[in-house]
Design a protein around this ligand. Structure first.
Ligand SMILES: C[S@@+](CC[C@H](N)C(=O)[O-])C[C@H]1O[C@@H](n2cnc3c(N)ncnc32)[C@H](O)[C@@H]1O
Length: 235
């Protein structure tokens, strides 16, 4: 079932995903994003110690995870198809320690088999229509003893009409890079079909502490905002 709620074109612009992120890149890092506040400690905990490890950051955006992981000693390769987002990432302190590559996830990953110990794919998969071929690529490039941490906006948010979106500073309009409308079952079943198994699934609610830090989140108090999985290769 496609969970996307219909968007009134009078009130919002839906852009092809890459174009949407190219536009969003100009303000992406300056916004208060409660989803990111909620996500950061969860993903950090699931990744564990990455010092000295080969890590692939898929859909790296402005380098939030790539730069963080490189700063604690990981050898990071980061891929994204938005030149706008990549430019922001490459301009940051510490970016010289990360190998940034422009790549569209609808194509096979440009890496050999078993190249990475860890893979992060944070807040990206809601934009990927066909999940199974991408998960198969994750499986191929991840070492047999490695693991992957995947975070997404919780699909329940879609029921409230919320998806990745920003106010375009040029047009002043609600603007949304196109999303696929997946349910949790879509994420999990596609991973299973691709030969992966989840050893952790977490659904995280907006609580009082998050609403205090990020007033934007208060209207979602009690709702699940974040969905996180850790995936390993099936035996
Ligand atoms: C919400 S941002 C998240 C960025 C980063 N992972 C983070 O957590 O801060 C989503 C990113 O996914 C990238 N993305 C979406 N679809 C993609 C695709 N088909 N190929 C490559 N990158 C894609 C976008 O360009 C954008 O930078």
């Amino acid at each position: 079932m496609d969970l996307r709620s219909p968007v009134d074109p009078q009130n919002a612009d839906i852009l092809p995903t890459r174009q949407g992120y190219d536009r969003w890149s100009t303000i992406y890092d300056g916004e208060d994003n409660p989803l990111i506040r909620l996500e950061a400690p969860v993903v950090e905990g699931l990744l564990g110690d990455t010092n000295g490890m080969q890590v692939l950051d898929v859909g790296c955006g402005t380098g939030r995870w790539s730069l963080r992981l490189a700063s604690v000693g990981a050898r990071v390769t980061a891929i994204d198809f938005s030149e706008g987002m990549l430019q922001k990432a490459r301009a940051k302190t510490g970016a010289g320690r990360v190998r940034f590559i422009r790549h569209d996830l609808s194509r096979p990953l440009p890496f050999p088999d078993n190249a990475f110990d860890r893979l992060t794919c944070c807040l990206v998969l809601e934009h990927v229509t066909d999940l199974e071929p991408l998960y198969r690529e994750f499986r191929r490039v991840c070492r047999p003893d490695g693991h992957m941490v995947i975070s997404n906006m919780h699909p329940a948010m879609t029921l409230l009409g919320i998806q990745a979106r920003f106010t375009d500073p040029e047009t002043g309009r609600d603007t949304r890079p196109e999303s696929a409308g997946h349910q949790i079952s879509d994420y999990v079943i596609a991973a299973t079909r691709a030969g992966l198994r989840a050893d952790h699934l977490g659904e995280h609610l907006v609580d009082e502490s998050l609403a205090t830090q990020s007033p934007r989140a208060r209207k979602y108090l009690g709702w699940p905002m974040l969905f996180v999985m850790r995936l390993k290769l099936s035996d």
